[in-house]
Ligand binder design. Structure first.
Ligand code: NAD
Ligand code: GLY
Length: 358
């Protein structure tokens, strides 16, 4: 099985290949593109131990020279210091403008390596091999790259598109359940913001997805990537519609920051944030109690958390104010209009709105 989607961005258009049991074919696919022969293969110790060998072997078979570098594993290492270590590695190994970088891992590796590729020598080609469900359906697609700051998630970053996103669904076999369902949270997000039929399909396919059934999984990944690719093609740098992809994220990022990066998985924090967003949508009259119940029911069916941790309202508000979605003091929230559609709403009375929910 192999399918190819596209993120249409003029002369920066790139393919998303979705395959099963084909990680060994990565080098062959890459050789069809105009990619430099010298590559840095950047991963973390955990992912590299499972997939680093097969990827570098596949690269070698197709005439690429790759040098491996591993980052420490975890959201708490998505830092400027880790980024610095990538630059050190590239410079010490004499990487120049005729080289490229492959990110092999989940969203943490993908975001950091993406930012390194965007900034090293003012930009070198980037290839994404996402190995978590979350990275396959979201972070590897669309060109957002970043590291965290202690005061806020992803505050230092750049938009930088890859040359190829290579998804092999079979690598999810080794992903643990908690990380897997964290990715499902972002899949559910696409149904809520854009596609009611997909939301209903998710409700009907919980057990198959929980069991990583390959045809259900392929469908969910393909649908998610299609929705994301369409939104990114319409608004690459989040001037307008791309903001809807942040549904549940403003509050979710606050949860991640307040609890200490790595305490909650990003997808878990987004699940909590989606519950909060749905409740505010109900409060603001853009959805019904039944819609909230269905969303919360679906998140729970995947064993995702929905209850906000018990931090002070003022701490949540301060953290949300530092998020990138605040402009001139007003917080713009993505609210769901029923299920399958959203509306962007500027909130000025932030304290009142959130105190009624928390
Ligand atoms: P992660 O990268 O930390 O991966 C989760 C865990 O799974 C890690 O321990 C990792 O080593 C392990 N792992 C990865 N692939 C594996 C595999 N195939 N088998 C076994 N273990 C494997 O977390 P994540 O959920 O993938 O990504 C979260 C990050 O993504 C956050 O930093 C978030 O901000 C970012 N993100 C970015 C975007 C974007 O548009 N750029 C979108 C959503 C999320
Ligand atoms: N994950 C949000 C975005 O890519 O815009």
């Amino acid at each position: 099985m192999q399918e190819t989607l596209e993120v249409s961005l003029g002369d920066r258009t790139y393919p998303i290949i979705i395959a099963a049991n084909k990680i060994i074919s990565f080098g062959a696919e890459l050789s069809k593109l105009n990619i430099p022969k010298k590559l840095a293969l950047v991963s973390n110790q955990n992912v590299s131990a499972i997939y680093g060998g097969v990827v570098s072997c596949s690269l070698k078979q197709h005439g690429f020279e790759s040098i491996e570098f591993n980052l420490p594993d975890g959201e708490e290492f998505k830092t400027i210091e880790s980024l610095q270590s990538i630059y050190d590695f590239l410079i010490e190994n004499k990487f120049d403008r005729g080289c490229g970088i492959v990110a092999l891992g989940g969203g943490v590796v993908g975001d950091m390596v993406g930012f390194a590729a965007a900034t090293f020598l003012r930009g070198v080609p980037l290839i994404q091999i996402p190995t978590t469900l979350l990275a396959q359906v979201d972070s590897s697609v669309g060109g957002k790259t970043a590291v965290n700051h202690r005061l806020g998630k992803n505050l230092i970053g750049a938009f930088y598109q890859p040359e190829l996103v290579y998804i092999d669904i079979s690598v999810l076999d080794t992903l643990d359940y908690r990380d897997y369902v964290a990715g499902i949270a972002e899949v559910i997000k696409y149904g809520v913001i854009r596609d009611y039929e997909f939301f209903c399909w998710l409700e009907d396919n919980v057990e198959l997805l929980k069991n990583k059934d390959s045809s259900a999984l392929t469908y969910a990944i393909k649908k998610s990537c299609q929705i994301k690719a369409e939104i990114v093609a319409a608004d690459e740098r989040e001037g307008s519609i791309r903001a809807i992809l942040n549904y549940g994220h403003t509050f979710g990022h606050a949860v991640e920051m307040l609890s200490g990066y790595g305490t909650w998985k990003h997808g878990e924090a987004v699940a909590i944030g989606m519950n909060v967003a749905a409740k505010i949508s109900l409060q603001q009259g853009s959805c019904s109690q039944h819609d909230v119940d269905r969303l919360v029911g679906l998140l729970r069916a995947f064993d995702l958390p929905v209850a906000p941790p018990n931090y002070k309202l003022d701490d949540y508000i301060e953290s949300m104010r530092l998020d990138k979605k605040v402009k001139q003091g007003a917080l713009t929230l993505v609210l769901n209009r029923g299920l399958g559609d959203v509306v962007l709403q500027k909130i000025t009375n932030v304290k009142k709105v959130f105190s009624a929910i928390l």
